[in-house]
Design a binder for this molecule. Structure first.
Ligand code: NDP
Length: 247
């Protein structure tokens, strides 16, 4: 079963990677349920997809709240009759040096980037296990593979989801539930991610770096599309995506 006809729940769908992925998958015949907190953005994106002949619906969600993630998945079932894929993509990156001790931001990253992903896995697991089919896709980061200065806690959250995703894949294979997992490790992608960095020096450094290296989120959308499009007995478990000019 290819992208066409699949029902895909996408968190962080109101901008950046989630928005680009929603538009591409819908253009290729998937039915997409968009989730994020900014309703005006979700409405606009869903409307654009529907006007262009695709099928999209949306529901506001704060991924740190398990009941809201469950409601998003339920909304996909109500609108489209099933759920085949969840794209756990919502995330935040308020980077700073550890010495700045910005503990509020550390906690927010843990809540959104780790607990948000776990809430997504929890919401679909009973459904995917019962139907013996499903695909969990999660956006980690190259900061979940390597250490970067300024990325002590962000990187920790992205390493954490790498582990949860790979163990989910291994256990599903052992249990025979046919749940595929795909973890994405993008490098610099031009989105709104840098808009919320509170530490001024880090924000300025990263903005300069992205100006030189950042690429379009469409690159990640194409990778997600490719992973979903594989035959059901093929699980592309990991992708690392760099701008060609980023070392
Ligand atoms: P954006 O800031 O454009 O997108 C982030 C999305 O997450 C938004 O849709 C935002 O929507 C949503 N979001 C944030 N907090 C919450 C929350 N509590 N509940 C629900 N949704 C939330 O950045 P990107 O597209 O770049 O980010 C997508 C993912 O990609 C993130 O996980 C990020 O860590 C990862 N990533 C990005 C890279 C990059 O260079 N851009 C590189 C590597 C990984 P809203 O505010 O409406 O809730």
């Amino acid at each position: 079963m290819a992208v066409k006809g699949k029902v895909v729940v996408i968190t962080g769908a109101s901008s950046g990677i989630g928005e680009a992925t929603a538009k591409l998958l819908a253009a290729n015949g998937a039915m997409v349920m968009l989730g994020a907190r900014r309703e005006d953005r979700l409405y606009k994106i869903a409307n654009e997809i529907n006007v262009n002949g695709g099928r999209a619906d949306y529901r506001t969600v704060d991924v740190t709240k398990p009941e809201e993630v469950e409601a998003l998945v339920k909304a996909a079932q109500d609108s489209f009759g099933q759920v085949d894929v969840i794209f756990n993509n919502a995330g935040i990156m308020p980077n700073s040096p550890m010495s700045a001790v910005r503990t509020d931001e550390w906690n927010k990253m843990i809540d959104v980037n780790i607990k948000g992903v776990l809430n997504g896995i929890a919401a679909v697991m009973p459904i995917f296990t019962a139907q013996k089919h499903g695909h969990i896709i999660t956006t980690s980061s190259v900061a979940g593979l390597k250490n970067y200065v300024g990325s002590g806690v962000y990187g920790a959250t992205k390493f954490a989801v790498k582990n949860a995703m790979e163990v989910t894949r291994m256990e599903s294979a052992n249990e025979g539930t046919n749940i595929r997992t795909t973890t994405l490790y993008p490098a610099a992608i031009n989105t709104e991610l840098l808009d919320h960095i509170g530490d001024e020096q880090t924000a300025s450094n990263m903005k300069n770096f992205y100006k030189q290296h950042g690429i379009s989120p469409d690159a990640i959308a194409r990778v997600v599309n490719f992973a979903i499009d594989q035959p059901e007995d093929v699980d592309i478990s990991e992708f690392t995506i760099y701008p060609t000019n980023q070392a």
